[in-house]
Design a protein around this ligand. Structure first.
Ligand code: SAM
Length: 338
């Protein structure tokens, strides 16, 4: 296919009239943290060989196809994306894709001190850092690494490199860190970072999720009101995952991502590509679809595009958390790419 045919493709849609605009790409399954809600307690089934995961050229090739069909944003994730050697080279390769308006990354921030400037220079637009506790010991017990200070230094390095605003993701789990909601609100007010609270989802490999461990959005809002006058801003665009809030005095920006108590599947514009090149239409999909094999067999781009369209058309109407027929997905979050 010529570049001009590629960029003039019809939009990528599913059977529910949702248009796909976001692609999340996992660049590695490896992670240096072992958060229980994400990774299996006793390590992975087995580490995949390097040949089993997509090369940067392969990621760029597939991304170009998606962008030709209307994808505007790519988020690099994992595992921990900063563990992949030369990740800034991938950012730079993606920045050359015409029509790709936004390149973002979700990271645990552990390696940001040395990487922030390189990522910025390579063309990364936005950064989200996962941070579930502002208390040193608790942070160490959640992640298995006594590295809160290192992450804080990483955040400062990211600011110095020009990332602004930075988003902070905190998964709130009852009995683990739900007593820090107000502290995180103050953290946002003091630093200018956007703090986003995420409801705990059943994506942990050890299947320790239960409803009583979910802190619902309504309770988070109530607690956040205790910090100051909270102003609801809604969603800035229809498929935004977070409902957004600010404080009336202009200090502090909050998002709440509530897939459990207020699902937003009807507006979902996302697809996910695992590190092994499997396309997933939902975090909770029970299966995924191999794009890497046909890509390596050098099939024509038109064949890949047709495959992507067929798979996307069958995107699930929504997840089934809380329903009788809910089943855990076939991969934990760390193997999907959050
Ligand atoms: N290693 C990177 C990081 O820590 O941000 C990227 C991968 S991580 C899987 C992406 C996001 O998924 C993180 O913000 C993490 O907190 C979130 N996450 C993982 N498991 C989750 C779960 N069971 N429920 C809600 N969010 C989850």
């Amino acid at each position: 296919m010529t570049p001009s045919t590629l960029s003039s493709q019809p939009l990528l849609k599913d059977a529910y009239h949702r248009v796909i605009r976001d692609l999340r790409v996992s660049v590695t399954e490896r992670c240096n943290y072992k958060c229980f809600y994400c990774k299996p307690e006793f390590g992975f089934r087995e580490a995949r060989s390097r040949a089993g995961i997509m090369s940067y050229e392969e990621i760029t090739h597939l991304t170009r196809l998606f962008v030709g069909m209307g994808v505007e944003k790519v988020r690099l994730t994992g595992g921990e994306p900063l563990l992949r050697r030369g990740i800034e080279d991938l950012v730079s390769m993606l920045s050359d894709i015409e029509g790709l308006a936004d390149i973002a990354m979700t990271t645990n921030g552990h390696l940001l001190v040395s990487k922030a400037r390189k990522l910025r220079d390579a063309g990364l637009h936005r950064l989200t850092v996962s941070l579930d506790s502002l208390r040193r010991e608790r942070f160490a017990s959640i992640t298995g690494q006594d590295s809160l200070e290192q992450v804080m230094n990483g955040l400062r390095a990211a600011e110095d490199a020009g990332f602004s605003p930075i988003k902070i993701n905190a998964v709130i789990v009852r009995g683990i860190n739900d007593d820090e909601i107000e502290d995180f609100a103050h953290f946002s007010r003091e630093t200018g970072h956007i703090v986003r609270f995420i409801e705990f989802m059943p994506l942990d490999e050890d299947k320790r999720w239960s409803h009583d461990k979910v802190v619902p959005q309504s309770e988070m809002i109530q607690r956040l009101r205790g910090v100051g006058q909270l102003v609801e801003k809604g969603r800035s665009y229809s498929s935004e995952t977070a409902s957004t809030f600010s404080y009336a005095d202009g200090r502090g920006n909050i998002g709440i991502i509530a897939p459990v108590t207020a699902p937003f599947c009807g507006q979902c514009s996302r697809l996910r590509l695992t590190a092994e090149g499997k396309l997933r239409t939902c975090l909770f999909s029970l299966d995924d679809h191999d794009l890497l094999k046909p890509l390596r067999e050098n099939v024509d781009d038109s064949v890949l595009i047709e495959m992507i369209r067929t798979i996307t058309w069958r995107k699930e109407a929504g997840h089934k958390i809380g329903k009788q027929d809910f089943s855990y997905p076939n991969r934990s979050m760390s193997l999907i790419g959050g």
